[in-house]
Structure formats: structure tokens, C-alpha cells
Design a protein around this ligand. Structure first.
Ligand SMILES: *Cc1c(COP(=O)(O)O)cnc(C)c1O
Length: 378
């Protein structure tokens, strides 16, 4: 917390705006619209997952439809397709950004059209750990086949692609303010909308789809997805320090990158293009040892060893996201996979990077990982 949050929360209580609308909701949306730029409109919601869901609703995703999703992601990127009775079609990542591979994406779109006779309803790229994707190439596929792009920028708040905010480049963009994200409202999210009309439609669906009548008339199925005015107060406070937070995460990422530069085993995930600027929500590494447990969807032994060594030093770490096409719940979903995200899952590890992690913490992490890696040098 920045210390500025309580002022906005106190205001909400003093004025009795303890409801899912009010001055903090409007103020937070204004802050976000200014932050995102591009003339975009923003609707704040109860969660990032709700934002993915309403983005799909607005794009007309329904029963029997297909939605192309990045396999290498958190379940919240694709679960809303299922909420709507649609089927996610999973696409693998490329090695450089770890995000959706535009070439495989195009093959997948062509193949779906050939097999089903219909176009997928949306393409959902994700910015893993804050890293921008090759989004121009993704948007070009969307344009060629006339399929809208819903960017899941939940992890990439404030990341830049060619100087523009991720989440502002497709038809819709998703933000998350969950407790673990770049900024938080305890729980919350937002949908970046192309214009005022789309914003009105999203607000309509987020507030139970009540028609404009003095009584309750419903012509559509709606949701109760608006953000609380109390939570939005936290968001306004967080916006006063967002740039500091991002700089902190970037500084930590740079420390890891420098420490492991040229290392024979440990590779730090860095920006592959100078026009990409990650917020480095999480700092991530891969262990390039070859023993990646091929055939088993478990992290490689060296990853487990590193996690245990870090845990012994009271340091928390996590494997990378396990790809969606390998999740039991998505067994049988169409998938266009060349092995990249499975390999990343088996080789990778997320390291501490949050606002409370200081230089000496980073040094302890580096020392522990170097020691584990030493045991694997030929
Ligand atoms: C966190 C996250 C979400 C969902 O956000 P919530 O606010 O937790 O619902 C969606 N997609 C990705 C990739 C995420 O990491």
C-alpha cells in the first residue's frame, strides 16, 4: 500500500458511498483512462476474470462457438469461454516472449475454419509475467480473418509495446487488480473498451442487464460484476504509486539479468525486442540443462531442487503456469502445440519480485540459485 488509499476509503465511508458505484469508481476509471490513453474507455469490475468474461459476452461468444486462447496462461484467460458454453482452442507460444505464436495462431485459425466451417469468435493473447507479445502479428491475423482480439493484459499493467500500453491494442483489453498483481484493489479488474458505446454495453451487462424502464425488465442475461466504491478507493491510492511499483519490478528483473548474464545453465527471461517494455510483474528464469522430464507434465528435477533450496532459505518461488491444453479439465479441447510451452513449464521458475523484496533479498535468491546450478555443471 502507498499510504494514500485510506483517504479515498474514508471518503467513501464519510459520504456513505459503500456500494458498487460512486465517486471512487468514477475517479478510478478516469485515472485508468488517462493511464491507458489512446482515447480508450475503461470499466472497473469485480475481477479480471469478470473482465475476460464480459469481453467475450460483448464479442458475442455463445454456445457452440470457439475462442482461440493462448495455452501458456492462467485458467482465468480461458475459463470464461466455458462459462458461455464455448470451446477454447489452445495455441502454443513462441520462445522469445513466451506468448502466443502468431504463425501457429494463423495455422490454427485456418484449420478451425476448414474443420468447422466457422470462424472462431475471438483471439485471446496473454502477456505472461508482463512481457509484451508479438501483438502486431497477432492483430494482423485477426484483421485478415476478421476476428476480434481480446488482450489479456492482467499481468502486464503498464507494460509497453512500441510505446503503447498493452491492453489498448486490440478490441478489448483486460486488467486485474487482484492482491498479487502490479497494483491491487484487494480483488478487482477492468475492461478496456474501444469507445463510449462499448463501455455502456459492458456497464449494462455488469449491472444485471436492466433495460431502461422504471421497473425491472430483462431482455438479456446480466451479471453482478461492478467494482465496489470502497475497493475503487484502494485503486485510486495505488495509482499514485504505480510508476514506482513498475520501476521497482524492472529494477529487480535487471538485477537478476545481470547476475546470470552468460551463465551456462540459468537463463533470465528478458525483453527480446527494444520496442517491448515489460513491467516484469514476475521475474522468471529457465534452467537449460536438457533433463526436462520429457513426457511428464511436472517441473524438471532441477526446478524442484531450486524450489526446495529457496524454501530452505525461507524464500517462496513457483513453477511457471502449467499449459491449459495439459489441464485435465481441458482434456480433448482442440490444441495447436509444438512443445514450446510444455518445455517452458518444465524448465522455468518464478522468482520473488514484489514491492517488499529489497536488494539484499534479491542477492540471497541469486546466491541460492547459483549454488543449485553449480551442482549441475558438467
Ligand atoms: C490474474 C489473471 C487473470 C484474472 O484476474 P483476477 O482478477 O484474479 O480474476 C486473468 N488472466 C491472467 C493471465 C491472470 O494472471
Amino acid at each position: 500500500m502507498s499510504g494514500n488509499e485510506m483517504k479515498f476509503i474514508q471518503e467513501a465511508f464519510d459520504t456513505n458511498w459503500v456500494v458498487p458505484l460512486g465517486p471512487n469508481v468514477n475517479g478510478f476509471e478516469e485515472d485508468l483512462e488517462k493511464f491507458v490513453g489512446e482515447g480508450k474507455k475503461v470499466v472497473v469490475l469485480a475481477s479480471g476474470t469478470a473482465a475476460v468474461h464480459l469481453g467475450m459476452v460483448s464479442l458475442g461468444v455463445g454456445p457452440g462457438d470457439e475462442v482461440v486462447c493462448q495455452s501458456f496462461t492462467f485458467a482465468a484467460s480461458c475459463n470464461p469461454a466455458r462459462y458461455l458454453g464455448a470451446t477454447p482452442v489452445f495455441v502454443d507460444s513462441e520462445e522469445k516472449t513466451w506468448n502466443i505464436d502468431p504463425n501457429i495462431l494463423e495455422d490454427a485459425v485456418k484449420d478451425r475454419i476448414r474443420k468447422t466451417g466457422r470462424k472462431p469468435k475471438a483471439i485471446v493473447p496473454v502477456y505472461m509475467y508482463g512481457m509484451p507479445a508479438y501483438i502486431d502479428e497477432v492483430l494482423a491475423v485477426g484483421k485478415q480473418y476478421d476476428i476480434p482480439v481480446l488482450e489479456d493484459s492482467a499481468e502486464a499493467f503498464g507494460s509497453l509495446y512500441k510505446g503503447r500500453m498493452t491492453g489498448s491494442l486490440g478490441e478489448y483489453g483486460v486488467m486485474s487488480f487482484n492482491g498479487n498483481k502490479m497494483i491491487t484493489t484487494s480483488g478487482g479488474g477492468a475492461l478496456i473498451c474501444p469507445n463510449e458505446e462499448a463501455k455502456k454495453r459492458i456497464m449494462f451487462y455488469a449491472t444485471q442487464a436492466r433495460e431502461d424502464k422504471p421497473y425491472y425488465l430483462h431482455e438479456h442475461i446480466g451479471y453482478n460484476y461492478r467494482m465496489s466504491n470502497v475497493c475503487a478507493g484502494i485503486g485510486r491510492g495505488q495509482m499514485t504509486v504505480v510508476h514506482d511499483h513498475i520501476e521497482h519490478h524492472r529494477k529487480i528483473a535487471a538485477m537478476y539479468a545481470e547476475a546470470f548474464e552468460g551463465h551456462p545453465i540459468v537463463k533470465v527471461h528478458t525483453e527480446p525486442e527494444e520496442y517491448m517494455r515489460s513491467n516484469f510483474w514476475l521475474s522468471t528464469i529457465t534452467f537449460e540443462t536438457g533433463d526436462t522430464n520429457i513426457g511428464e507434465m511436472e517441473p524438471a528435477p532441477i526446478v524442484m531442487e531450486a524450489m526446495a533450496a529457496l524454501a530452505a532459505e525461507d524464500i517462496e518461488s513457483r513453477p511457471l503456469w502449467r499449459p491449459m491444453h495439459t489441464q485435465p479439465v481441458y482434456n480433448g479441447a482442440p490444441a495447436y502445440i509444438n512443445g514450446t510451452c510444455e518445455r517452458l513449464f518444465k524448465k522455468g521458475l518464478c522468482l520473488p519480485s514484489g514491492p517488499c523484496v529489497d536488494d539484499s533479498d534479491v542477492e540471497r535468491v541469486i546466491k541460492t540459485i547459483k549454488k543449485v546450478a553449480e551442482g549441475h555443471l558438467a
